[in-house]
Design a binder for this molecule. Structure first.
Ligand code: NAD
Length: 296
């Protein structure tokens, strides 16, 4: 019932990494007060620096005014501990993609959150139903899956767990819409929609390379010009991170028990080498040169 919908004013973001800072940015720009927490205090300061820089970039591109940027930055407060989250109406967990760590955060929030507060996870691949079951409020738990980079990408996937209530879903749709984002509803199955389609496509591109069907350059050019993808699949893999691509393939392979999702051995080899893409300067391209050069 709409009448019982929680009024969302303060948003808590747990995890100030690449996704957490983008989510805090988007929420603050939409007018919400934001509390930003990370287990590593230095990451909170770094995130606020990144948000400041990204807001200035939006001002430079005349997407927002300087006054909007200043006001948004003021709305974000660092939270040294989760015990500051008592004021939050909606909490978004965006820490490392590990069951155990996420479960610990939900356990710590148990003593702090007000009973009506909604709890969401930005997980890319972990079952929302399973995470919800470890909290004190499975009916008030939902998946909100932002895309990277959150301030730029239009879409958020919304994933209901088995126990998620209609009120929680309605309030989450209203909240995500108020952030200026579009919604795609996804059922709670491994990797949801975007990664279910995108990452096997990337894995197939890596097989194409592995089997010698095309070179790195030929594969990326073919998909840019032949399918009008803005980035080739190997460039995109480097952007996402090859470790992330591998872990999503493993979740699909194990979660759906279907051999069509087996990770390409060449992807495994790159990850074993620590060549994880842009973040380590080397993946299918070497980013230490300008322009980047293919590594095969
Ligand atoms: N990177 C992407 O493209 C992407 C896209 C959508 C969703 N996601 C999901 O978002 C989440 C975060 O991913 P990311 O890319 O921002 O990772 P990241 O490594 O950039 O950031 C994770 C942050 O979590 C912090 N952290 C770890 N344990 C913590 C704890 N117990 N309490 C508080 N903070 C803790 C770390 O210090 C780090 O700052 C993951 O669930 C991931 O699957 C990632």
């Amino acid at each position: 019932m709409a009448g019982t919908m929680i009024q969302i004013r303060t948003v808590g973001v747990v995890g100030a990494g690449q996704m957490g800072n983008g989510i805090a940015h988007v929420c603050a720009l939409a007018g919400y007060d934001v509390l930003l927490h990370d287990a590593d205090a230095a990451r909170i300061d770094a995130a606020i620096g990144t948000i400041d820089k990204n807001l200035r970039r939006q001002v430079g591109r005349q997407l927002i005014t300087k006054a909007d940027a200043d006001a948004a930055l003021k709305r974000i407060k660092p939270a040294a501990s989760l015990s500051d989250f008592g004021a939050c109406d909606f909490v978004i967990e965006s820490i490392v993609e590990q069951d155990e760590a996420k479960r610990k955060v939900f356990a710590d929030l148990r003593a702090v959150l007000k009973p009506e507060a909604l709890l969401a996870s930005n997980t890319s691949s972990i079952s929302i139903t399973r995470l919800a079951a470890t909290t004190d409020r499975p009916d008030k738990f939902i998946g909100v899956h932002f895309m990277n980079p959150a301030p730029v990408m239009e879409l958020v996937e919304i994933i209901r767990g088995l126990a998620t209530s209609q009120e929680t879903y309605d309030a989450s749709v209203a909240f995500v819409t108020s952030l200026g984002k579009q919604i795609a509803n996804a059922e709670d199955f491994p990797a949801f929609i975007v990664n279910r389609v995108l990452v096997p496509m990337i894995n197939e591109a890596i097989y194409t390379l592995y089997e010698g069907v095309g070179s790195v350059e030929a594969i990326d050019k073919a998909m840019r010009l032949g399918a009008h993808h803005p980035m080739g699949p190997l460039e995109l893999a480097d952007f996402i991170g090859l470790d992330t691509c591998l872990s999503i393939m493993q979740v699909l392979y194990e979660g759906l028990a279907d051999s069509k999702y087996r990770p390409c051995p060449l992807l495994v080899k790159y990850v074993e080498a620590g060549w994880l893409g842009r973040k380590t300067q080397r993946g299918f391209y070497d980013y230490r040169t300008d322009p980047p050069t293919p590594t095969r």
